[in-house]
Design a protein around this ligand. Structure first.
Ligand code: ADP
Length: 151
């Protein structure tokens, strides 16, 4: 008896809930995920062109920068002679396929000047080719670190 009296009540409760559920606004379709790496890769490729520009990081988060040859001081350039056959081979290769490995450069944290101690053959190959800029991996250095490189 009790059940037959309660059934209509239960039915109306169910239908009221069903109406509420139907009345809920439908969720808008989710926007497709955008791959964040894509624009960064494009930016990296752009920055690896021969134009000087703002710094970017390589895959190990090292600073990559295209610098003018004229703004890189080479304190050992006058004392160390490069192997000219190496320079020639590198110049040919760089002309053909571009610089595959940036040279390492120190940037003094006091005045921002750039100092190159390695990559001597690649640097000279760029000079030979008449290029004005070179791709560099830049590391900040104190005057003490710079002194150690000059010893
Ligand atoms: P450097 O004094 O410039 O370091 P090395 O002969 O000791 O000269 O080394 C040449 C370096 O240049 C190698 O590490 C090589 O991987 C790199 N490199 C970069 N770009 C090129 C290129 N296009 N052809 C050949 N080697 C290249």
């Amino acid at each position: 008896m009790l059940v037959s009296k309660q059934l209509p009540l239960l039915n109306s409760a169910f239908s009221a809930r069903a109406q509420r559920v139907q009345a809920r606004p439908t969720q808008p379709a989710r926007a497709p995920l955008v791959c964040a790496a894509q624009p960064e890769q494009q930016q990296l490729q752009q920055q690896q062109s021969e134009e000087p520009g703002p710094p970017v990081m390589d895959h190990k988060r090292r600073l990559l920068k295209t610098l003018s040859l004229s703004e890189i001081r080479r304190p050992l350039g006058g004392t160390r002679k490069n192997d000219q056959s190496k320079v020639e081979a590198l110049a040919n290769s760089i002309q053909e396929i571009g610089l595959q490995e940036p040279i390492d450069v120190l940037q003094l944290d006091t005045d921002g000047s750039y100092w190159g101690f390695s990559g001597c053959h690649r640097f000279e190959a760029h000079q030979r080719l008449g290029l004005e800029t070179i791709k560099c991996r830049v590391r900040k250095a104190t005057p003490q670190t710079l002194k150690m490189h000059m010893m």
